[in-house]
Ligand binder design. Structure first.
Ligand code: SF4
Length: 145
């Protein structure tokens, strides 16, 4: 099973911190979890500016929406590259499911921030989640385990 690296305690989020989740960590007793950080795989530094999708992940994949940083920099290509590299890992290992961090513009599953940097969540999937779902991968958030 694939897993957002930050949920396992890897300090890869935009602040250079982790999002350690003990329920996810405890899953290691019964599951092999392969950690990935799509934003790092897309070539973004850590720490980095926070980013939000103006739209949702599917629209980004289709070239109909952008991902921008809080200062207005367009990082759409990094997010798409990170999604493609994550899918490459999925295919190499024959992975069929993922546990991803809720709310992230890459890993969010069902909820993402609305693109205004006002901490408002709306329905939608992150860019990597959208690409994985389009390829038949089941995605769960840490809130679902
Ligand atoms: S891209 Fe995903 S794995 Fe990387 S910090 Fe954000 S939520 Fe965590």
């Amino acid at each position: 099973m694939l897993c957002s690296a930050c949920l396992l305690g890897i300090k890869c989020n935009y602040r250079g911190e982790d999002n350690l989740n003990t329920k996810v960590l405890n899953l290691l007793e019964s599951e092999i979890l392969i950690p990935v950080c799509p934003e790092q795989l897309g070539g973004l530094p850590t720490p980095r500016e926070s980013s939000e999708i103006v739209g949702d992940g599917y629209m980004v994949l289709d070239g109909r929406a952008k991902v921008v940083t809080v200062s207005g920099k367009d990082v759409t290509l990094n997010f798409v590259r990170g999604a493609v590299e994550t899918l490459r890992i999925v295919k190499i290992f024959g992975i069929s499911s993922a546990i991803f961090k809720q709310g992230s513009p890459s890993c969010g599953n069902g909820k993402v921030y609305d693109g205004t940097f006002s901490k408002r969540l709306v329905s939608g999937d992150g860019v990597t989640t959208a690409l994985l779902k389009r390829n038949g991968i089941k995605v769960f958030s840490e809130e679902e385990i």
